[in-house]
Design a protein around this ligand. Structure first.
Ligand SMILES: [Zn+2]
Ligand SMILES: [Zn+2]
Length: 241
């Protein structure tokens, strides 16, 4: 054994183990780390007090800034099963210091909650919503509720967008029509002018009207979407959206 290793004391290991109720601290494992052995005098132990940053130079997540005392302090330990201990040391890029600290924190918190008779906190703590209809958890950006199949609308629904688009077209197109057809007639009758329909722009009046109509369509849809952006999604069930 390397004498430069900053191993945990027996006491530190025991406390690490007890602070997580003798379970592996990987929130997706949480297996028990000891049980009875065939020999009545013995217990089978598969728990490991793993180092968050390695006990010796060259080890996983080694932090040269830490002192020897800090490296063997309880704050640098995490209680794991043998599998998970092997896992975190085989892939230090995936199992980062921050992730391990998060595991440790959640495991201790869940152990505390279990002692107090409370339900454990969910892990990973995903961003999500509660379905309006069935009250189940729906992960953020998931398009349908996994339980009741309600559709989740994060912005305007397709129906609302179509309606907004039609309204924009109608307002823009209608407005242009009034401008190019009715306005010259109105001015002519009022001032006895002789303005032609479309102010003499001919086919260009039609093109301009079309552009205005489409632009109003886009603006209208954007306006509709903006109403729902940054808000909790809406849940629709059995409706044509
Ligand atoms: Zn484990
Ligand atoms: Zn639902």
């Amino acid at each position: 054994m390397n004498s430069n290793r900053d191993d945990f004391s027996k006491e530190t290991k025991r406390i690490l183990q007890e602070r997580v109720g003798n379970r592996c601290s990987n929130p997706e494992c949480r297996c028990l780390t000891s049980g009875p052995n065939f020999e009545p005098q013995k217990a089978t132990r598969i728990g490991v007090a793993a180092h968050i940053t390695a006990a010796a130079e060259g080890g996983p997540r080694f932090n040269s800034v830490l002192s020897s005392e800090e490296r063997k302090a309880i704050s640098n330990g995490i209680w794991l099963c043998q599998n998970c201990a092997k896992l975190i040391d085989s892939d230090e890029k995936n199992y980062t210091i921050n992730l391990l600290l998060e595991w440790k924190q959640i495991s201790e918190e869940n152990c505390r909650r279990e002692l107090e008779g409370k339900p454990p906190i969910e892990y990973p703590q995903k961003e999500g919503w509660i379905c309006y209809w069935c009250r189940s958890f729906v992960e953020h950006l998931q398009p349908v509720c996994g339980v009741c199949h309600a559709e989740v609308a994060y912005t305007a629904t397709r129906k609302e967008r179509t309606e907004a688009w039609n309204t924009g077209l109608f307002v823009g197109g209608g407005g242009s029509l009034l401008f190019f057809v009715l306005l010259p007639q109105l001015l002519n009758s009022k001032f006895e002018w002789a303005l032609p329909i479309g102010f003499g722009l001919g086919i260009y009046a039609l093109i301009i009207s079309a552009i205005v109509a489409v632009t109003c369509g886009f603006i209208s849809v954007e306006h509709k979407e903006k109403q729902y952006r940054g808000r909790p999604p809406r849940f629709f069930r059995n409706t044509n959206i």
